[in-house]
Design a protein around this ligand. Structure first.
Ligand SMILES: Cc1cc2nc3c(=O)[nH]c(=O)nc-3n(C[C@H](O)[C@H](O)[C@H](O)COP(=O)(O)OP(=O)(O)OC[C@H]3O[C@@H](n4cnc5c(N)ncnc54)[C@H](O)[C@@H]3O)c2cc1C
Length: 380
């Protein structure tokens, strides 16, 4: 059910991703979460189906699809596991940044491997002292002949330690956003190391580590675009990334709703099936309605980014905020509707709640999404 009637080719893309999620992700999601296993082999299988460079141009191995196609894919994959889908989203975001801002030489060198996911990319913006206020980042890159020497640290980096390249925002100039540049740091760069895998509430099927630069040497030829445009590159990546994360929340929450429907059709209390109580039916109705509203907002924002509308950034922020808040609420309601069983791992709902919680925090917190929307409204 959707307000949009998708054309046949988009239905085919969505169904392909749904089948992949049902066959290759969902059966393993609980085990990967429990073992903190990062399923790179399965991500590579997804890449073989064109999901390693969804909106990277076809010229260098990408699928050349739209942001709306990507939203459909990430929503579908998240029916199986939002954490695995969300990592794929981060990899896609980093690959797109190289495609959009890299030179022809960089694109030809890096993109084919990234699209196949022989090479995996991470996105490094956040630092221990700067998250929301990303433009105050302090990792420095000092020029030394045809290399930069990096010193500093990135915090909370998804895929760190497992990824092959790190699309990293560094300070090459003045304080503030205009002194930031973007470098692609290879995993084997001398002076690069990683912190331990963080223990966290959810998103266990992908590692989160600090990335540490100590006199780390990176060739100047690895810089994307000119010096000083790195903050713009980082924010451009996030417009699409935020839509993808919102889509991951929709898929996760839909899976939780579907589990509730199945459970309530079986479970009895006071001589009736749970789904016969009107109070509970109304809650199901609200969950479905709110998800549908979030879906409409998100698909609209994705189409707006595809058209490069001037307000696409604001609409992406609106959609990210609304879809991730709604997704978390719906998943949490689904847990409640399962009673005590919702709290047990084996039913799979508590994992979805844990996974979706972080979507309200990362790729810009939902407070920062409000800052972006409000800035457009009050012209500040
Ligand atoms: C599991 C996980 C994976 C992540 N992966 C990555 C990654 O791959 N790459 C990467 O670069 N980063 C990543 N992050 C970092 C994430 O993007 C940041 O945590 C996030 O941007 C918030 O930054 P912070 O944690 O420093 O919080 P802070 O910026 O310190 O914010 C603390 C609180 O203050 C609020 N706040 C701050 N400023 C304002 C304001 N102006 N108005 C109103 N409220 C405000 C925030 O919304 C928040 O509630 C990840 C984080 C997690 C938890």
């Amino acid at each position: 059910m959707t307000l949009f009637t998708l054309p046949e080719d988009q239905i085919a893309i969505r169904d392909m991703a749904r089948s992949f999620a049902a066959e290759r992700i969902a059966p393993h999601a609980l085990d990967w979460d429990a073992r903190k296993h990062f399923p790179l082999d399965v991500l590579r299988e997804a890449a073989a189906l064109g999901m390693g460079g969804i909106y990277v141009s076809e010229e260098h191995g990408g699928s050349g699809l739209t942001r709306l196609d990507a939203a459909l894919i990430f929503e579908a994959l998240s029916l199986g596991c939002p954490t695995v889908a969300a990592f794929l989203s981060i990899h896609n975001m980093a690959a797109w940044m190289i495609d959009r801002f890299g030179s022809e030489t960089q694109r030809a060198r890096l993109l084919p491997g990234l699209c196949r996911m022989d090479q995996v990319a991470a996105y490094c913006l956040t630092e221990p002292g700067s998250g929301s206020d990303a433009a105050s980042l302090r990792t420095t890159a000092r020029r030394d002949g045809d290399h930069y020497i990096l010193d500093g640290a990135k915090q909370f980096i998804s895929g760190a330690g497992a990824a092959d390249c790190y699309v990293t925002m560094v300070r090459t100039g003045e304080a503030g956003p205009k002194g930031i540049s973007t470098l692609v740091v290879p995993a084997d760069a001398p002076g690069l190391s990683f912190g331990p895998n963080e223990r966290k509430m959810g998103w266990n099927a992908q590692p989160t580590r600090a990335v540490i630069f100590e006199g780390c040497r990176v060739p100047v030829e690895n810089r994307l675009g000119e010096e000083g445009i790195g903050f713009r590159i980082a924010m451009a990546g996030l417009d699409g990334g935020r839509l993808n994360i919102g889509a991951c929340s929709l898929g996760g929450a839909q899976a939780a709703l579907d589990k509730s429907l199945a459970y309530m059709a079986e479970r009895k209390a006071f001589g009736k099936r749970l789904d016969e109580f009107q109070a509970l039916q109304f809650r199901l109705a609200d969950m479905a309605t709110e998800l549908e509203a979030a879906r409409a907002l998100l698909y609209g924002a994705a189409a707006s980014l595809d058209r490069k509308d001037p307000d696409a950034t604001q609409r992406s922020a609106m959609a990210k905020r609304f879809a991730t808040d709604t997704g978390f609420r719906v998943a949490n309601e689904a847990l409640q509707l399962h009673g005590g069983y919702g709290y047990l791992s084996e039913y799979g709902v508590e994992k979805i709640v844990r996974d979706l919680r972080v979507h309200q925090i990362l790729e810009g917190t939902n407070e920062i999404m409000r800052v972006i929307v409000a800035r457009g409204l009050v012209g500040n």
